[in-house]
Design a protein around this ligand. Sequence first.
Ligand SMILES: [Zn+2]
Length: 566
Amino acid sequence: MKKPFLYSVVFLLSVQVSAQETANYFRWPVDGAVSLSANYGELRSNHFHAGLDIRVGGFPGMPVYAVADGYVSRIVARPDGYGRAVYITHPNGTTSVYAHLHTFAPALKAHIETIQYARQRYTVDEQVAINALPVKKGQLIGAAGNSGSSAGAHLHFEIRHTATETPCNVFSYDYYPLPADAYPPVIRNVAFFSFRRQGDIPSTANFYECPKPARRMKQIVHVPDTFYIGIDAYDAQNGTPAKLAVNRMQVTLDGATVFSCRFEDIPFDAARYINSAIAYEERQRNNRVFLKTYIEPGNKLQIYRDVKNNGLLSLPDTLPHTVGIKVFDDAGNAAAAAFTVQKKTGEPASLWPPDTDKYTVACDDRPASIMKDGLSVTIPEGALYKPAALFIDSIAGKPDGAYSPLWRIHTPETPLHYAMTVRIAAGIPDTLSSKALIAGITGNHIYSCGGQWKNNAVETKTRSFGDFFVTVDTIAPVITPAFAKDANLGRQTQLKIKITDNLSGISAYSGYIDDEWALFEYDEKNNRLLYTFDAKRISRSRKHRLLLSVTDNKGNTATLQTAFTW
Ligand SMILES: [Zn+2]
C-alpha cells in the first residue's frame, strides 16, 4: 500500500511544479490588463480563429513585447493576411506570433528593410537564422496596428507548437491565467436540421432563439426520423463587449452524451474543414453560424469527442424525449438549454437519388469530371464533404462583355474544400486572348477567378461554386496620388498613393525616387501605397522625381511620373 501512495504524491508534486513554471514562463505581449476582442476557436470565414485578438485602445501604436526569451525565427511583411508579423521561437517548444503590427522595433525593421531593398520588393516572408535576432522576455518587438487583413487596430497573438506549427488555445495549456470571466456563455440559437439523403437540396430546419441560458423551451420540437442539431453560442467576459468563442459544446439525448467537441490544437491545414463543421448553407443565406453535430464523411477535423452515429440523432419511439445542450467557456462557466422533442409522422419521402437528368451526383471520396458542350469541371477527391447533386448548365443573363455563355456551376451554398478546375470555351479574337479570364458573378458583382487562355478556352482553379463566364481585362490599374505635381511635402512624413484595378487585380508595382528603388508599403484593404520619407536615402529640401508603375494580373500597366519637394 505504501508504494502507490508515495508515487502519487511525487506525481502530484511534479505536476504542480511544472504548472507553476508554465504559469510564469510567458508574460503578456502588451502591458496592463489584457482585454480580448476575439479568442481561440472563433468560427471565422474558412478558418477557426487561431489565437487571441488583444484590444489596443482603437489606435495603432501600443508597444508589443516578446512574451518569453527566444529568437526571431520568421518575419513577414505583406499587403494582406497577417500584414507585418513577427514569429519568436522559444526553448520550451513553442513559437509566439504577433500579427497586424504597425511598425517593427528598430533591429527588426533594419533586418527586414535590408531584405526588401536587396530584393526591391515590399512583400517578404523570411525565415531568420537561430542566432541572428535573439530576444529577451519583455523586449520591445514593435507596435500593434492594423496591417494586412485586419478590420481595426488590434494585436493578433498566437502561441504555436513549434514542431507542428499548430496554434494552441493558450488557456487550455495554462500558459496564461484566465481573464476575469464572471459571465457564462450564451446559447443564442439552436437549430434542428432534418437529415434526409438528399444531397444538397436544402434541408429544413427549425430555429429556436435561446436568449436566456439554463432555460427549458416550452414548446415541443417535432423532429423527423433522423435529425441533427446546430448550436450558435458565444462567450462574454468582463471588460469587453466582444462576443467570444466558447471552448466546448455538448449535446445529450435523455441525459446520455451523443455529441461533444472542443476547440483546441486545430492545425492550419485542417482549418478549412470549418465549412463542413458549420451549417454552411445557413451562413451563406442568412449569415448565421451554427456548429453542427453532424460530422460529414469528408470532415477531417479532430475537434470531436464522444460522438455517437456521426452526430445524427434518431428517437426510438414517438414518446417525448429530452435534448440537452451545454456549452462551456475557457474558464469552465457553463450555459444549458433543454428541449422536449417528439418524432413526427408523415415524413416526406427521400429525394435521393435526385433527378439525374438535371443533376450530376458527385462524391466526397472520389474525383468527379463533368463535361458539357463548352464547359468542363473537375472536382478533386475530398473537395466535397458529402455526396452532392450538382446542378451544372448554361443559364440566361449573360453579362455585357462576356465571350462565352454564362455557366451555373452548382451553388455557392455548397462548400468546396479543394479548388475545382473550370475550363470554359470562348470565341475571343487572337489580339485579346492574353487578356482573357474567367469571371464570377453574384448579383451585379463581377469578380476575377483568373485563368489562362489555351486551345480556345480559359482554364482556372476556384474554391467556390457559382456562376461563371469568360471575359477580358484590357484596362490598366488607376494610380491616384494624394498630392499635386510639384507639391511641397516638406512637412509630411509619408507619400500616399491610391492604386486600384477594375477586375484582374494588382499583381506587381514598383516605385523609384530619383531613379532609386523606394520602399512603398502596400495595404491591400485600403488600396494604398505608403512611402515613409527616409533622410538616409533621399536628401532633404530639394525636388525629387517619382516614377511608379502598377501592373494587373493580365499585364496591363499604368505609370505615374511626377515630382515633389521634400
Ligand atoms: Zn486575430
